[in-house]
Design a protein around this ligand. Structure first.
Ligand code: AMP
Length: 283
């Protein structure tokens, strides 16, 4: 595996690979790998000729009171893991390269960026879209891999790719969970034992409403109430949002007709966790 820290170096490599007709796959990450990241890496290696993984903790997607400084980092461990998996290139630019002095251009996906997580994380998706578009421009990938764990992000990035005529195919892979249901997240390391136990209410509540939908419940007020009751039965939790929305425009749905995204965000102390499920109604 070759590690690159320089944009110009990475661009040269990509140009060469393209000249040889290679299909490039990109897995953008903020590092501190867990099995969720690695599921994307495995799929990328499977589908592309060459796999690039980027590790960049993107300051532009963190708000002033968020955990940019505390975000967990361990590049040495990450690099060893990728090497073993058979990744071809690790791209680790620093913030001065991605956002040099005088940087002024940002990408916004209006209408989608302010919903769900965007309501409490002002500017988050603007930061995500800007860095992902930069990565796409530097690495020119044919395929890019993202997790359903951040389903709103995936929906927004697909819209960006469509609106800006990008030639990249965005693949979204399922949420990887611990055996007890907790969705893997780099932020899970910050949970205390009690908080981790309480955090199981996220996946538990989503499983419950999935079953309610399977049994015929369509009323989203009732479904949201069920989630709320399960999560609020834990102490020391603060619900950021519980939403049942249309998969394209992220608008709240009064009833589930065909399919819906059920997305939740909850604070356990200072740790904010998200989880979701996509439900389908069989006709
Ligand atoms: P991050 O490093 O948290 O920015 O995540 C990098 C990529 O991994 C994103 O596309 C995430 O959606 C994806 N990801 C994070 N957690 C999981 C998970 N538990 N299962 C599947 N994909 C995940």
């Amino acid at each position: 595996m070759k590690t690159c820290t320089q944009i110009y170096e990475m661009k040269d490599i990509v140009k060469n690979l393209k000249r040889q007709g290679m299909r490039i796959g990109l897995v953008p990450t903020m590092g501190y790998f867990h099995e969720g990241h690695l599921s994307l890496v495995r799929e990328c290696i499977e589908m592309a000729d060459r796999t690039v993984v980027s590790v960049f903790v993107n300051p532009a997607q963190f708000g002033p009171n968020e955990d940019f400084k505390q975000y967990p980092r361990d590049l040495e461990r990450d690099s060893e893991i990728l090497e073993k998996k058979g990744v071809d290139y690790l791209f680790v630019p620093d913030a001065e390269q991605i956002y040099p002095q005088g940087f002024k251009t940002y990408v916004e996906v209006k209408g989608l960026q302010d919903k769900l997580c965007g309501r409490s994380r002002i500017g988050h998706f603007r930061g995500v879209c800007t860095v992902v578009l930069k990565l796409f421009n530097i690495l020119n990938p044919d395929l890019a891999f993202f997790g359903q764990k951040d389903q709103q992000q995936a929906i927004i990035l697909k819209k960006m790719a469509q609106d800006l005529d990008l030639d990249v195919k965005i693949e979204v892979l399922p949420i990887v969970r611990e055996e007890d249901g907790l969705a893997l997240s780099s932020r899970n390391v910050y949970l205390s034992t009690e908080q981790r136990k309480a955090a199981l209410s996220l996946s538990r509540s989503l499983r419950e409403v999935q079953q309610m939908v399977d049994k015929g419940e369509r009323d989203t007020i009732l479904l949201k109430k069920k989630i709320q009751d399960i999560i609020n039965s834990e102490s020391l939790v603060r619900i950021d949002y519980i939403q049942i929305v249309d998969m394209e425009n992220l608008d709240p749905l009064p009833r589930i007709e065909k399919r819906a995204l059920i997305a939740i965000a909850v604070y356990f102390g200072k740790v904010r966790l998200i989880d979701n499920v996509i439900v389908y109604v069989k006709e």
